[in-house]
Design a protein around this ligand. Structure first.
Ligand SMILES: [Zn+2]
Length: 302
């Protein structure tokens, strides 16, 4: 399978103590390197998305406004927890460019699965707003690229936080199915009650553990996927629903990430010619993040 990353994703750094920190990606790469998994993957160095390409999913002028906000030194605060240093925009463009390229390569074949180990994350970024550690909505850009080649794309999001940005961008685009499981009530508390045939929300109360999570996701997502028959599956792979995560209050364990990856592989084999492009979103306990991501990627690579 394909594995996209770029070392400059490590240069984006917000204030000291911020949970969305370079060590997250370092921990993933170190674990996958020492286990030998990286050697089994077809590794690609990500290239940045073009600023103009972000206009496919963000409103006119949004990307240029962010570009103009990049500080020459020090930090620019966009909201309480979304902050730019001089390298942030480049990292965000690399994250989006990775997903963009992975989608193209998977649709071209012969590789049908890809993982993008990138940061900053993207699923909170709405059409007209950077928020929640996110600048550009990378997975949404991937879906937009795919729709130049196929008619139906599903985005599956198992981050502990609702993928509000992805919902915002695709709420009136029936060619994209968005399924999101998330702790509720919880940040960002937007669009959790939206009613659209192509938006499947699976809210979970704090304290939800493995079995209830699996039951809810299988119940909601399996029927939606069978009805929609996506030609490509994209994954917003956040690992902050893990019981060790300091931000979330769901109680998933490592094995749940193998389970959900196998579920998604089953969907892709049934409807999408096996095609899956997954991208890193959240996950803030370094050890749990590294183990869970490795399990996700290893399962995709099986
Ligand atoms: Zn999250």
């Amino acid at each position: 399978m394909l594995f996209y990353t770029h070392e400059d994703c490590l240069k984006h750094e917000m204030q000291p103590g911020h949970p969305e920190r370079p060590d997250r990606l370092r921990a993933i790469l170190e674990r996958m390197g020492s286990s030998g998994l990286l050697d089994d993957l077809n590794c690609r160095v990500a290239k940045p998305a073009a600023i103009d390409d972000l206009g496919q999913v963000h409103v006119d002028g949004f990307a240029a406004r962010l570009q103009a906000s990049v500080p020459e030194s020090g930090l620019t605060t966009l909201d309480a927890d979304t902050i730019m240093n001089p390298h942030s925009l480049d990292a965000a463009l690399l994250a989006s460019g990775a997903v963009q390229a992975a989608v193209k390569e998977v649709l071209d074949g012969p590789e049908v699965r890809a993982f993008c180990a990138v940061r900053p994350p993207g699923h909170h970024a709405e059409a007209d707003a950077a928020m929640g550690f996110c600048f550009f909505n990378s997975i949404a850009l991937g879906a937009s690229v795919a729709l130049e080649h196929v008619d139906r794309v599903a985005i599956l999001d198992f981050d502990v936080h609702h993928g509000n940005g992805t919902v915002d961008i695709f709420k009136d685009r029936p060619e994209v199915l968005v399924c999101s499981s998330f702790q509720h009530p919880f940040y960002p508390n937007r669009y959790q009650d939206i009613e659209r045939p192509n938006i499947i929300n699976t809210p979970l109360p704090a304290g939800t553990a493995s079995q209830a999570f699996r039951t809810a996701v299988e119940r909601d997502w399996s029927r939606a996927i069978a009805d929609f028959r996506p030609q490509l599956i994209l994954v917003s792979a956040g690992f902050d629903a893990h019981r060790d995560d300091p931000l979330g209050e769901l109680l998933l364990c490592d094995e749940d990430y193998r389970w959900i990856t196998e579920l998604i592989i089953g969907f892709a084999d049934d409807y999408s010619e096996g095609r899956i492009v997954s991208a890193l979103e959240g996950g803030y306990d370094l050890a749990a993040l590294a183990r869970s991501t490795e399990l996700h990627v290893a399962t995709l690579n099986d």
